[in-house]
Design a protein. Structure first.
Length: 123
C-alpha cells in the first residue's frame, strides 16, 4: 500500500478473527461523572455468541462501575498499533465465587452491540 493511505475498515469476519488472535485489551467503563475509566484486561472472545469474557476480583473499580452502569467497550490493538478493533456493548456480571485461596472472583461478560475497527496499510 502507498504511504499515507487512508485507514481501511475491517469487516465483521476480519474483526472477529483479529479479536480472537489477541488476549489483552483495554476495558473502558464509565465513572459516575461520565468520564471513561480504562483497565488493561486479559479476555477470551467467543465468536459464536459474540461475547467477551473477563475474569476479575469483586473489589475492582471496573466491577463497581459496571454495577452502576453496564455500558462498556473493549479496545484491542495489534502489536504495531496499525490495526485495532473495538467491542461495544452491555456487560453482565456473574455470581461471585470464592477461590480456595479466599479470593472473591466473578466474570464480566460483554455482549456485543457494535463491533468496529480499522487497519492502516503502511509500507
Amino acid at each position: 500500500m502507498a504511504k499515507n493511505a487512508p485507514p481501511r475498515r475491517l469487516g465483521d469476519a476480519a474483526l472477529s478473527d483479529f479479536i480472537a488472535e489477541h488476549s489483552f485489551g483495554a476495558l473502558a467503563t464509565l465513572k459516575r461523572d461520565g468520564r471513561p475509566h480504562l483497565s488493561t484486561v486479559l479476555y477470551a472472545w467467543d465468536p459464536e455468541t459474540r461475547e467477551i469474557r473477563i475474569s476479575t476480583t469483586e473489589d475492582r473499580l471496573k466491577v463497581k462501575q459496571l454495577r452502576n452502569n453496564p455500558t462498556a467497550s473493549l479496545y484491542v490493538s495489534s502489536d504495531d498499533h496499525w490495526k485495532f478493533a473495538v467491542v461495544e456493548g452491555k456487560a453482565e456480571l456473574s455470581e461471585v465465587t470464592r477461590t480456595p485461596e479466599g479470593e472473591r472472583r466473578l466474570y464480566i461478560t460483554l455482549k456485543t452491540d457494535k463491533l468496529y475497527g480499522t487497519a492502516l496499510d503502511i509500507a
